[in-house]
Design a protein around this ligand. Structure first.
Ligand code: ACO
Length: 332
């Protein structure tokens, strides 16, 4: 069976920087609370005149293609992870396909929230291994800011999330590449972190104009304590599962790129794995939590900063809404 490897990575974030200081002028919050609980100093929020999920994804893709000396025409399949597609349907995969000027290649959307990028990478890995495709574009891109309640009522989530996009190109290789992916979910906790509406579970009667309030659509609901408790356990489980499956140990990891959920979660994992600051890549301070985009953005920045070298063992891990959690081990 063939193997797959990441041949290039790229990312794009909106220009619009939202500082903690700015947020404290529009809601009852403050820099100290946000930094202490989440590690976030600033995040990027879309400019409606410029940014869409699909066009940010296209910019991230073009960076990856340039770095790999490939062109759009080389891509033969798209896997697009997002929970904030430009439209309720169709998904953003087809919009990206259009932006890239590609006429008929397949485009698959993945909706696994913060774990979405690793799920997408896993799907692409299988398609390469079976020989179905040769050059797959895997994207994680989100515009979270338009679903946030930017008032004191929404402060427990509004300060956390940001917008951005990351992309990787996957191709066949003799040696792996992607050593393994492990994917999990537990739907019993779906409502601990979710957006209910737009969703088809809402009856027509509740959709009468007088029943629609400004809080009834696109409100991110999060039970922060529950998310934290489950995240720290599942992150560790799925990283250990990956290491065991490959007969490797935590000492073999050169760089851990965790989903940028919350700096305190990343620091907890770092401590448990006894990794140094150089072995864990965090950029949540600058971008907040960008859900499916956080891992590819971090991977792209880590690579550009020279923190990823050939033959390094890279571990990706994520936990998020669903609950879902996942890991990928990569020999670079
Ligand atoms: N600014 C100031 N005060 C705030 C803010 C804010 N932005 N948000 C909430 N508070 C207040 C609350 O109203 C509450 O006040 P009260 O005690 O008077 O009722 C107090 O701070 C404590 O609120 P909690 O929600 O209990 O705060 P907690 O200490 O749990 O921190 C946080 C919240 C940071 C979300 C924490 O639960 C956490 O880290 N959870 C993990 C979940 C997470 O990181 N999610 C990220 C996205 S999900 C993912 O990617 C996996």
């Amino acid at each position: 069976m063939r193997n797959s490897k990441i041949v290039a990575i790229g990312h794009h974030v909106p220009e619009n920087i939202i500082t903690n200081q700015y947020l404290s002028t529009v809601m009852d919050t403050n820099n100290d609370w946000i930094v202490e609980r989440t590690g976030i100093n600033e995040r990027r929020w879309m400019d409606p005149s410029k940014d869409t999920v699909a066009n940010m994804a296209a910019k991230a893709t073009r960076m990856a293609l340039e770095r790999a000396k490939l062109t759009e025409k080389d891509i033969d399949f798209i896997v697009f992870a997002t929970i904030t597609p430009d439209y309720f349907f169709p998904g953003s995969g087809v919009l990206l396909q259009r932006e890239l000027g590609l006429e008929s290649i397949g485009a698959l959307d993945i909706r696994n929230a913060c774990s979405g990028f690793i799920y997408a990478l896993s799907v692409a890995d299988q398609f390469i291994k079976t020989g179905m495709y040769k050059t797959i574009l895997v994207v994680g891109a989100e515009i979270q800011s338009t679903a946030l309640d930017i008032t004191t009522r929404g402060r427990n989530t509004a300060v956390i999330f940001g917008d951005g996009a990351g992309a990787v190109i996957l191709q066949p290789s003799d040696k792996p590449g992607i050593l393994s992916t492990h994917l999990h979910s537990d739907g019993r906790f779906a409502e601990e972190l979710y957006v209910k509406d737009p969703g088809s579970s809402r009856p027509h009667q509740e959709r009468q104009p007088e029943q629609i309030t400004d809080t009834s659509t696109f409100k991110v609901v999060m039970n922060g304590n529950q998310v934290f408790k489950h995240a720290v356990v599942r992150f560790m489980e799925v990283i250990n599962e990956a290491l065991e499956a490959n007969n490797l140990s935590k000492e073999d990891i050169n760089l851990l790129v965790p989903h940028q959920a919350n700096l305190r979660i990343s620091q907890y994992i770092q401590e448990k794995l006894a990794l140094s600051n150089d072995q864990v890549y965090n950029n949540i301070m600058r971008y907040g939590n960008t859900t499916a985009a956080s891992i590819p953005i971090a991977l792209s920045e880590a690579w550009a900063e020279g923190k990823i070298k050939e033959n390094d063992l890279i571990c990706l891990a994520a936990f998020g809404s669903g609950f879902t959690w996942a890991s990928a081990l990569i020999r670079w």
